[in-house]
Design a protein around this ligand. Sequence first.
Ligand code: ZN
Length: 193
Amino acid sequence: MAVASAPPRSSSNVSTPDPFDNLEESSPNPSGPGHPDDERFMALAFEEAQRAAGRDEVPIGCVIVREGVVLGRAHNLTRTHTDPTCHAEMLAISQAARRLGVMRLVGATVYTTVEPCFMCAGALVHARVKRVVWAVRDPKFGGCASLGTVLSHPQANHQVEWHEGPMADASREILQTFFRSKRVVPRVSPGDA
Ligand code: ZN
């Protein structure tokens, strides 16, 4: 597995009560500036995260957009379906592909409230999306900047642009509230959803 280019996390994170305590500020975006529509579409993804919280699911939401049209929107449903693959991104990808009738989401932008895990990042590369925007990093499961570079690995056959930060405070807060309510053990991460 490729080594992450992000700076190593301090060992102090290991003992934090949840994955988003003491989360460092996001590093400067390495993929250029955000888009004027980023906040608007991330707000839709956050609505999905709120729906997940309402169902006692880890509150993560995702929206997939192309040319201003929402092609898929979903929230984490791993507990509902007893299925570890039911991450918000995976469900939104499937929705968008079914809607378009094709397996490639060329030109699409994906908004997700948390940095995609390795599984979802891999699926996003398979789907050939153009760009991924996330609100906050997942320091213990993120496969795009925290623990890996799946979206942008130079040896992969497709590279995805990425940007982070829109609605970071709200997305972090809803996660922290959820994990604290569950009193989860320190090693649990959104990727464990
Ligand atoms: Zn995932």
